[in-house]
Design a protein around this ligand. Structure first.
Ligand code: SF4
Ligand code: SF4
Length: 434
């Protein structure tokens, strides 16, 4: 089978401090959970008060309305709400949360799950259930799936892409989840396709080294009677970025003489969550998380309850082997720096990386040596060195930076540790209020 790729730039991203591709282990249930209610941008209104008892999976916060980026929030453990807290994260966003003390019996964990038949439901019913259960993309900023479905319905010809593209070793938890939950991923894709109303085909995009997983998904799709096809992509970073994946799929479309129309690209974690919401009437209660970095004693993939504090997860990996330089949620290239170890694992947290001094983002900055590496790897064709210089000289023309999608290839290769990606992104945010 032919392997497709994006036209230029990119790099092979290795990191032997990320956990290996092994089965996930269950993390302990947290005695105290921190359930994020929303932030100053995405408003969520609490529907329970301090002192009230809550059940596992119970609605505790309602999103302020559609099109806001906010989603309903549910308790992930049974217990009592004991406090409300807030903190400012590394993106300068103010987060609000309830602290829940675990008490009482679990209604879902360890019990036989109810199965609800969904074939007779309309696309609008499926979307409502997905919305009620607060299903989001389980990466980046956690875009609500219901909003993505509404946008996708406007397209006349739509391909739902199941993105099993692993171009970053820190995505290993999603790989493990996908392998554990083939049926949920495939039926989740079928549910979302029905909710979108006009999906013409389901296309499973798989990076070449994971082609065996792709075959397993295809076999499962055949078993479940879900029509699908598969395309192999490269694993060159940033192959899974929306822009690069779309460019790759257009090549496939041309070669195979297809008409794929527009794309709705979703990862396996959000599809499995859509399945749980519709088939088991269950919100997102846990997340597969890759915990590693040179400062972690025993890197591993863990199944973690949403709301578990990062400090507890790290303790279950044997703690720190040395004082970390910084801790990141998500990939070290594009993730968010953790400000406090009591921050919780949220729906979008697919990795926790505790970086050692030699790995950390705060290397000693050196002067540019004009090696040109940053230009070579930029998949958009920008000149990061020149943009950086102009930003620093306060003479930047904003148009120069609009193509940057923050992949961080330039940052990885720069021998002088110049913060090219961060500087360009910050400049974009200031210029466009992004
Ligand atoms: S972060 Fe921006 S400038 Fe740097 S390689 Fe990626 S797209 Fe290019
Ligand atoms: S990679 Fe770094 S040192 Fe090399 S040209 Fe770009 S900014 Fe300069």
């Amino acid at each position: 089978m032919k392997v497709y790729s994006f036209p230029r730039g990119g790099l092979t991203f290795y990191d032997n401090t990320a956990p290996e591709k092994k089965t996930a282990v269950n993390a302990f249930l947290p005695s105290f959970s921190v359930i994020t209610l929303g932030d100053n941008v995405r408003k969520v209104y609490p529907v329970v008060s301090i002192g009230e008892n809550v059940r596992e999976g119970m609605l505790i916060g309602r999103a302020s309305g559609s099109g806001t980026g906010a989603v309903n929030v549910h308790s992930t453990v049974p217990g009592r709400i004991i406090r409300r807290i807030s903190w400012r994260d590394s993106f300068d966003i103010n987060n609000d949360a309830y602290i829940i003390k675990m008490e009482g019996a679990f209604e879902k964990l360890g019990r036989k799950e109810d199965i609800f038949l969904w074939n007779g439901l309309s696309g609008y019913d499926l979307q409502r259930i997905i919305s009620e259960n607060g299903i989001t993309e389980m990466e980046n900023f956690g875009k609500p799936l219901s909003e993505m479905i509404s946008a996708a319905r406007k397209e006349e010809n739509l391909t739902l892409v199941v993105r099993c593209v692993f171009d970053d070793p820190w995505l290993v938890a999603d790989y493990a989840m996908c392998k554990d939950r083939l049926k949920a991923v495939i039926l989740g894709a079928s549910i979302v396709a029905k909710a979108c109303l006009k999906v013409s085909r389901i296309l499973i995009a798989v990076s070449y080294p994971e082609r065996e997983l792709g075959q397993m998904l295809r076999s499962e799709a055949d078993r479940q009677g879900v029509p699908s096809s598969m395309v192999l992509t490269s694993s060159r970073y940033p192959q899974r970025n929306k822009r690069e994946l779309e460019l790759t799929l257009r090549k496939y479309e041309k070669k195979e003489e297809l008409n794929l129309g527009s794309f709705l690209i979703l990862g396996p974690a959000v599809l499995a969550a859509a399945y749980d919401a519709v088939v088991h009437k269950k919100p997102i209660l846990e997340r597969y998380v890759a915990v590693g970095g040179a400062a972690i004693r025993h890197p591993q993939i863990m199944k973690v309850r949403i709301g578990t504090r990062i400090s507890e997860v790290i303790a279950q990996c044997g703690g720190f082997s040395e004082k970390p330089e910084c801790i990141i949620t998500g990939s070290p290239i594009s993730g968010k720096e953790v400000m406090f170890l009591d921050e919780p694992v949220g729906k979008t947290c697919y990795a926790i990386a505790a970086l050692s001094k030699s790995q950390g983002a705060h290397h000693k900055l050196q002067n540019c040596i004009n090696c040109g590496e940053c230009r070579t790897v930029c998949p958009v064709g920008l000149d990061p060195q020149m943009i950086f210089k102009r930003i620093k000289a306060m003479e930047i023309d904003n148009i120069l930076t609009t193509g940057c999608h923050g992949c961080g290839c330039c940052k990885i290769v720069c021998p002088s540790s110049i913060p090219l990606r961060e500087t360009i992104i910050e400049s974009n945010q200031e210029a466009f209020g992004a």
